[in-house]
Design a protein around this ligand. Sequence first.
Ligand SMILES: [Zn+2]
Length: 283
Amino acid sequence: MAHPASRAQVRLGDTTVTYLPDGHAWLNPAVFFPSSEWAAHAAFLDERGWFPVSIGSFLIRTADRVVLVDLGLGPVEFDLPGKAEFHGGGLLDALAAEDLAPGDVDTVVYTHLHHDHVGWTTGPGGGLTFPHAKHLVGKAEWTHWWGTEELVGPDPETVQQPLADVIGFVDHDDVIAPGIRVLATPGHTPGHHSIEVTGGGDDRRRVVVLGDVMHCQVQVAESHWSFAFDVDAEAGVDTRERLLDDVADGRTILAGGHFAGQVFGRVLPPVSRRVWAGGPEIA
Ligand SMILES: [Zn+2]
């Protein structure tokens, strides 16, 4: 049966990309993938017919940089009866297990600003959880949510207002740090980004941190499935198709932060349909 993912790591030369769990959610597919057919994908469901999504952050460590991609759900738990259950709160413990304190993080980059990606932006005292970090996001993303208050968006009081004076903007192809590049992947949200990591040298492999281009490995084969909270579902399908074609190149390791079981994997080149290959051996 499917279950949320645990810590996992891929090494590219001197660079590591590590999935740090913050928590997970269980989602009712009838609500979150309204036009999906799961008969062929029952292994991804629990006994209720719900599917798990991992929730967390990707830690990228190079020789001299400590970068977090997304900040999880934060220390909260809540149920939406009949729809979803959310559990968060493990990120700082997961970071400590890597021998890192919040003050060691030099950069936070958000793929987008949905609530399950910004949860640790501030702590209980109201200050930034990662006080020494540059905080980066797409400008279209920042603008889209500014002044709004939605359950799925960033909480104005604990996310956008505290960031207002410090937020930095990044765009497609920007290099955040050597080997860490921004890719525009709009659709799920207007300013959505994925993050490409390369190790350099002779190692031609790369890791692409998806953000929410996909919520589940099933979308590798069922790329037309749209998630309920895709702001522009059509653009989301276009982006997913383009990205899936681009990454089936034999050198790309995908990092799907919401994927069940194992967040890292590869997309095998299609014979008749695309196939996902996950597991620790893929790196
Ligand atoms: Zn998400």
